[in-house]
Write a protein that binds this ligand. Structure first.
Ligand code: ZN
Length: 97
């Protein structure tokens, strides 16, 4: 079927919305947009989480590396981790997916 002759949504056979692309009906476009935004939000949250984890690892490694070959008790390690600064947010950091 050519696109000029198409009068039905290619997803649900509903009435075609000819105001844009892809050639779907308004309901299918709305559903797609909602799912796309939801997926994008989830991916952005996951990216931020991964960056936070990597930043935290870097900060904590730095906290322990400054002590060289010292030995610690579990309580001391817990206290060092709790007192360590959090990672800083870098809005210009390249996104790693
Ligand atoms: Zn449709």
């Amino acid at each position: 079927m050519s696109t000029e002759a198409q009068r039905e949504c290619s997803k649900c056979s509903g009435p075609l919305d000819t105001s844009g692309y892809p050639l779907w009906c308004g309901a299918c476009r709305k559903t797609y947009k909602k799912e796309y935004e939801s997926t994008r939000e989830t991916l952005n949250a996951a990216r931020g989480f991964r960056q936070g984890v990597e930043g935290t690892k870097t900060v904590l490694a730095g906290e322990f590396e400054q002590f060289g070959h010292s030995s610690f008790t579990g309580q001391e390690i817990g206290q060092i981790i709790r007192n360590a600064p959090g990672p800083s947010f870098d809005a210009d950091a390249p996104a790693k997916d």
